[in-house]
Design a protein around this ligand. Structure first.
Ligand code: C5P
Length: 281
């Protein structure tokens, strides 16, 4: 942990990279209030994160060894002109926590991430994307090699019909014409072989109805639903309150807990689904 300016200094970053190459594990600092009174990256990671990392290094879990899991996280950005874009409040925290929880259990994890400021969890392969179309291309090309896909990203549903080449000047009322982006998860549902597909539903109303209206048409095994109006849930918080809905009709409400704890519950449900699938086949 240290001041942002020191942490972001090229020399420090280069030394961290060198340590990673030598096989050291790094618990990355987080963003927040710093000892000097400022705010930024460099703050000591939460103790439960340091503890979990140390624990998994000392007694690595191997239950998901050999399993390839793809997780998407963060928002997408859809350009309007060279200086403006459409996006949403997603911080990426939930998806990054899922990547961390899966790597803790020995899975081979690929994280396809929209633009966020979070550091990738140690041992995770990261693919950076910006737009929904880029996320679509990255996820679809990796899909055939995957056993599990968790789609935690808040993909923009619309993008401007055309990107202006030069900066739009202000001049009275403006109407922006939007077109749909591809529904990545629905595509994955269509071409599913044996993959376990997990989606997210962030809603402001009719949680159950809206979650189930995604679970079945998108051909998912499980959907993680959160009510954005609830305290300690949703975008940009460190905690979440979610309800899990399963293909077989089961439902499971989780208490308010850290996003890492929610992620570990999700991974444990995925393991249960995979064991069931094994028993049937
Ligand atoms: O339909 P809705 O956008 O609410 O569905 C949410 C789920 O679908 C999330 O898992 C999200 O990552 C995924 N999704 C997607 N591509 C889109 C829109 C949503 O993969 N264009």
């Amino acid at each position: 942990a240290m001041n942002t300016n020191m942490f972001e200094n090229f020399a420090v970053q280069e030394n961290i990279e060198r340590l990673v190459l030598r096989g050291y594990s790094i618990v990355q600092p987080v963003e927040g209030e710093l000892a000097c009174g400022g705010c930024g990256g460099g703050r000591l990671a939460p103790l439960d994160v340091i503890f979990a990392e140390a624990k998994s290094l000392l007694s690595p879990q191997t239950e998901l060894k050999g399993i390839r899991l793809l997780v998407t996280a963060g928002p997408t950005r859809e350009a309007i002109d060279p200086v403006r874009y459409l996006t949403n409040y997603s911080s990426g925290k939930m998806g990054y926590a899922v990547a961390q929880a899966a790597v803790e259990q020995g899975a081979g994890v690929t994280l396809v991430s929209g633009p966020v400021t979070l550091p990738a969890p140690a041992g995770v392969k990261i693919v950076q994307v910006t737009t929904a179309q880029e996320m679509y291309a990255a996820v679809l090309s990796l899909y055939p090699q995957m056993d599990v896909v968790v789609k935690a990203a808040a993909v923009a549903d619309y993008r401007p019909a055309r990107v202006q080449e030069t900066k739009i000047k202000k001049d009275g009322e403006m109407i922006l014409s939007l077109v749909r982006t591809p529904d990545i998860l629905a595509e994955l549902g269509k071409y599913k072989q044996n993959q376990v597909l997990v989606g997210f539903a962030s809603e402001t109303d009719n949680l159950r109805e809206n979650a189930l209206a995604k679970l079945f048409p998108k051909n998912l095994e499980m959907i993680v639903a959160n009510d954005l109006t609830e305290d300690g849930a949703g975008f940009n918080t460190d905690t979440n309150v979610v309800k899990l809905y399963f293909k077989d009709g089961q439902e499971k409400q989780l208490a308010r807990m850290s996003k890492l704890a929610v992620a570990r519950e999700i991974i444990s449900e995925i393991k249960r689904i995979m064991n069931i699938a094994k028993e049937i086949s």
